[in-house]
Design a protein around this ligand. Sequence first.
Ligand code: SF4
Ligand code: SF4
Length: 67
Amino acid sequence: MPRVVVNPERCKSCEICVHACPKECLKIGEETNASGYFVVRFESEERCTGCLICGEMCPDLALQVWK
Ligand code: SF4
Ligand code: SF4
C-alpha cells in the first residue's frame, strides 16, 4: 500500500500538497516543527494511489512517496 513520509523539519505549512492531492490524503496537522510551522500529516493509506503528485509539488522536498 502506498504511503507518504513527511520530513517535519522541512515542512513550511504552505498547503500546496494539501490542495494538490487528488485523494485528499494530506492535512495540516496540529504539531509544530522547530521553526514553528504546523507540519503536514499523511492521513490515508487507503485512499493514496502513490501518484507522486504531492512529492513533486512540495517546494521544500519534505515528502517521500513509497510504493
Ligand atoms: S508542500 Fe511541502 S512544505 Fe508545503 S505543506 Fe506540503 S509538505 Fe509542507
Ligand atoms: S501520492 Fe498522490 S494520492 Fe498519495 S498523498 Fe500524494 S498526491 Fe495524494
